[in-house]
Design a protein around this ligand. Structure first.
Ligand code: PHE
Ligand code: ZN
Length: 879
């Protein structure tokens, strides 16, 4: 297959290692400029390993200082050392202890994998292959070992010393140093190892488990940020209680610690008993964080906590199984947020993310199955397909099996696989065994890439009182997978009668229907419902019951009917989106909508915005038009971002011309002077207010611009201030530049607010944007190694500013590729992530497509790229 070479790793080649590391004792001496790691590894050959089989340990950039087996130093001829491996040529045939010593330089570790220093704090990141940057090891998730670590450091520099598990000893040493010994009784793979040393503040609390054990909870952070950790602590306690209630899972150690660090490649990491977090997912306060930030903290705290069972107690056999822990844990955190807040609102937000991030990935050159069959660089597979599509697969299982059947399967999963490193097959098997079903065809969801497209048409025969629904599915070819099989697609549905109430039928034939679920598992099916008294309007894919693209022949009238009457809130939202999406896609292709169409849409929006009983957060989502990425994604080919932006902006203006007074009254009635609280009611009200404001700023000219400027100045919290500023920047009002400048000076001291400023600079659909970004990057004070800063500026630009990224002079593309070439030398993961924003380059109209390809080929010419960036680039150009 194309692009595969000696670096490609295949699932089919999986084999257990001939040796197992059972026990690990680390002794880590931390000093500024250097850390020394001495490792005692208890190693045993696996049954059947022939004597004389070499032991190959992974390493990455390590330099060996000393090596001994069972206390005896090894002769030079007894081992082979390279920066990426340590081979013991003829290990003992029985259990032995290997002792190695290496020296590390955390200060120069800009990749942020292994042991590095962030803001003075020493911390680790080991998933997926970072432990080999700390010591030579079998750095693979199927090696479960007991870890004990002794750390020592100067007390003044690092009064706090943390690692996984329980603190078993601590005390002073000579020369102002001290030490701590941590022991984790649970066997774990090395990717879950963590340690932290630094001068940190902390907050503490406790949680009593269902069986009555008290767990000490701690959150550690930069001094002065303690108060901003309170929401994270609250979220943690609610997560612990929820996992007991919903899944019967209790926490299993006496301590649970979280550390917030400023330099981190991802969101957070589920290390056993010692989660390490990107600080943007811990710190929130009303003045500095938005409602969305609060939601993000709650969600990620929950996610990492839930990994304790789905990821840590039961881990992955190999990295091809990543989705086993990630898809399942995302599903669990989605359910948590749904139970804590509004289920429909959560579902709509998740579906929007799926469509704006996962669908483009699945429909482009980087498409891969949730469980890939091969990879070159595992870091490039922490994708929205593995996470979000992975969660959709678990959700479909729950839909198909019902709540009780799903829970039975989960219970069996925990019972059968606790303490193991296992596979997707084993996961599916527990649901088969617990429910007596065959999931072999369903399992294709893990194996087949691409978003299935389901086409729907229907007809009604009044004479026979039968309603016919014709369904078919097709999945387009993806790289390496030209031919696709039909998938098992659960379609939750209802038939809606003329007055909006559910319609019954007496029988159905032609396909599988279980209660309110049609199971489409063939290429096509024609369902005939009999005993249907009137022509129904079908409400299909309720709650977005399958991650597919829906091609429906439903009329605009039927969609507007569903927007008002569907009992499924998701269906209402979807119907309204479908109406505006069809108009937008047509307009972007040069076919402007008709007056009646925009009249109808405006009426529906006004009615929704002022509806007496719908919840505010739902209204906000329902009245917000599809974003540029979603429109581009739906248009699929010959994409001209300028035309899309123009169409969307003029739609907003025309809606305000018709529904402006409703939106103004919504804006007026959603004002609230109560003290900020991140409650669903308050945050919902703010989101509705700010959705209305976004319309008014674009549609009311000077009056709208003034509304936003006033809101910015008078705002009592960051949610309102940031929304007003975003709306001003999006419409580039006369005040926009001044307000942006004000925001910069108002918040110079807070890096997380600085990120918001960077994002807004990157978001402006304005010809000056790139120059402004170049100037920001050129500032010698710009923190050029901090992933949050870099992502806030460059990733958000390439990912979200469609018109400037895809400029007709190619400057947007070149700005991004030259950034990638530069940052790649310091942090390949950031570089690779930014590069994925080119994934839809083939869907542009020809001129932009040519420019994008030229920028990518120029980057390839440099020939200097990391494996991370080279892998993304090669696949992007090939697919
Ligand atoms: N396992 C982490 C999560 O999903 C993500 C992560 C991956 C963090 C790799 C760091 C490095 O919760
Ligand atoms: Zn995760």
């Amino acid at each position: 297959m194309r692009g595969e070479d000696e670096h490609t790793i295949f699932l089919k080649d999986y084999a257990p290692s001939p040796y197992k590391i059972e026990n690990v004792e680390l002794d880590v001496r931390i000093d500024p400029g250097a850390a020394r790691v001495r490792a005692l590894l208890t190693i045993v050959p696996r049954d059947g390993t022939p004597p004389g089989t070499p032991l190959v340990l992974d390493g990455d950039g390590l330099a060996l200082r000393s090596i001994a087996i069972d206390g005896l130093p090894l002769a030079l001829t007894a081992y082979d050392e390279t920066p990426s491996a340590l081979t013991i040529i003829e290990p003992p045939v029985k259990r032995f202890v290997l002792e190695t010593e290496v020296q590390l330089e955390p200060e120069t570790n800009t990749r942020l994998m292994g042991l590095y220093r962030s803001n003075g704090t020493w911390c680790t990141q080991c998933e997926p292959e970072g432990f080999r940057r700390i010591t030579y090891f079998l750095d693979r998730p199927d090696n479960l070992a007991i870890f004990k670590v002794r750390m020592s450091a100067e007390k003044a520099l690092a009064p706090v010393l943390l690692a996984n598990g329980n603190l078993v000893d601590s005390g002073d040493e000579a020369n102002g140093r001290h030490f701590a010994v941590w022991e984790d009784p649970h066997p774990k793979p090395a990717y879950l190892f963590a340690m932290v040393a630094g001068d940190l503040g902390s907050i503490h609390d406790s949680f009593v488990t269902a069986s009555g054990r008290t767990v000490a909870l701690g959150i550690y952070c930069t001094h002065g940020k303690e108060a901003q950790c309170a929401w994270a602590m609250d979220s943690l306690k609610r997560s612990m209680a929820w996992d007991e209630r919903r899944f019967g899972r209790e926490y299993d150690l006496d301590v649970f610690n979280i550390v917030a660090v400023s330099d981190f490649n991802f969101g957070a990491m589920e290390n056993k008993g010692l989660n390490i977090f990107n600080d943007k997912l811990v710190f929130v306060s009303p003045e500095a964080a938005t409602d969305t930030d609060y939601d993000g903290v709650e969600r990620v705290i929950a996610h990492e906590y839930f990994h304790n069972w789905t990821g840590n107690r039961i881990t992955c056999r190999d990295w091809f199984q990543l989705c086993l822990k990630e898809g399942l844990t995302v599903y669990r955190d989605q359910e948590f947020s749904s139970d804590e807040r509004s289920r429909p609102v959560k579902r709509i937000s998740d579906v929007r993310l799926l469509r704006t991030a996962q669908f483009p990935e699945d429909g482009g050159p980087l498409a891969h199955p949730p469980r890939p069959s091969h990879y070159k660089e595992i870091n490039n597979f922490y994708t929205t397909t593995v996470y979000e599509k992975g969660a959709e697969i678990v959700r479909m299982l729950a839909t198909l099996l019902g709540e009780a059947g799903f829970r039975k399967g989960m219970d069996l999963y925990f019972e059968r696989h606790d303490g193991e490193a296992t596979t997707i097959e084993a996961f599916l098997k527990v649901f088969e065994d617990a429910n007596g079903v065959d999931l072999s065809q369903f399992g294709q969801w893990y194996l087949q890439a691409g978003t299935p497209e389901v086409s729907i048409s229907d007809s009604y025969d009044p004479a026979r009182q039968t309603y016919t629904l014709t369904l078919s599915q097709v999945t387009q070819p993806t790289p390496g997978q030209p031919d696709k099989l039909p998938m098992v697609v659960p379609i939750k549905f209802g038939l809606v009668g003329p007055n909006g109430s559910p319609m019954s039928y007496s029988a159905v034939s032609g396909g599988r229907v279980d209660g309110d679920i049609i199971v489409l598992d063939t290429a096509s099916a024609t369902l005939e419902f009999s005993g249907v008294a009137n022509r129904p309007v079908p409400s299909l894919f309720r709650g977005f019951s399958a991650p597919v693209k829906i091609r429906s022949t439903a009329t605009e009238a039927d969609q507007l009917f569903l927007a008002r009457h569907d009992e499924d809130p998701f269906g209402r939202w979807q119907a309204l989106q479908d109406v505006s999406m069809a108009m937008l896609v047509a307009a972007a292709g040069g076919q402007k909508w008709r007056d009646e169409q925009i009249d109808g849409l405006s009426r529906a929006i006004a009615e929704t915005a002022t509806h007496p009983t719908l919840e505010d957060a739902f209204k906000a989502l329902a009245i917000t038009l599809p974003g540029l990425t979603e429109i581009a994604q739906t248009k699929a080919s010959n994409v001209d971002p300028d035309a899309i932006l123009t169409a969307r902006n003029s739609m907003i203006e025309e809606i305000v011309a018709r529904a402006g007074s409703a939106l103004e009254s919504v804006y007026a009635t959603t004002q609230n002077s109560a003290a900020y609280a991140p409650t669903p009611a308050q945050s919902g009200q703010r989101s509705l207010k700010n959705a209305a404001l976004a319309y008014l700023v674009r549609g009311l000219g000077k009056r709208g611009a003034d509304l936003a400027a006033n809101q910015y100045r008078q705002a009592q919290n960051m949610t309102d201030r940031f929304a007003a500023l975003s709306a001003s920047v999006a419409a580039w009002t006369p005040q926009a530049a001044g307000l942006l400048g004000d925001f910069r000076t108002m918040y110079t001291a807070d890096p997380l607010v600085f990120d918001k400023w960077l994002m807004l600079n990157a978001a402006a659909a304005q010809d000056e944007t790139i120059d402004r970004m170049r100037a920001i990057l050129a500032d010698p004070d710009f923190p050029r190694n901090n992933p949050n800063r870099l992502r806030a500026l460059v990733f958000s630009f390439a990912n979200g500013n469609l018109t400037q990224f895809a400029r007709l002079d190619g400057e947007g593309f070149r700005f991004v590729t030259s950034f990638v070439a530069d940052v790649d030398t310091r942090n390949p993961q950031v570089a690779a992530r930014v590069l994925t924003t080119f994934r839809s380059w083939r869907s542009y109209e020809p001129q932009r497509r040519t420019l994008a390809e030229a920028a990518l080929r120029d980057l390839q010419q440099t020939g200097q790229l990391s494996r991370n960036a080279a892998d993304i680039l090669e696949r992007t150009l090939a697919g």
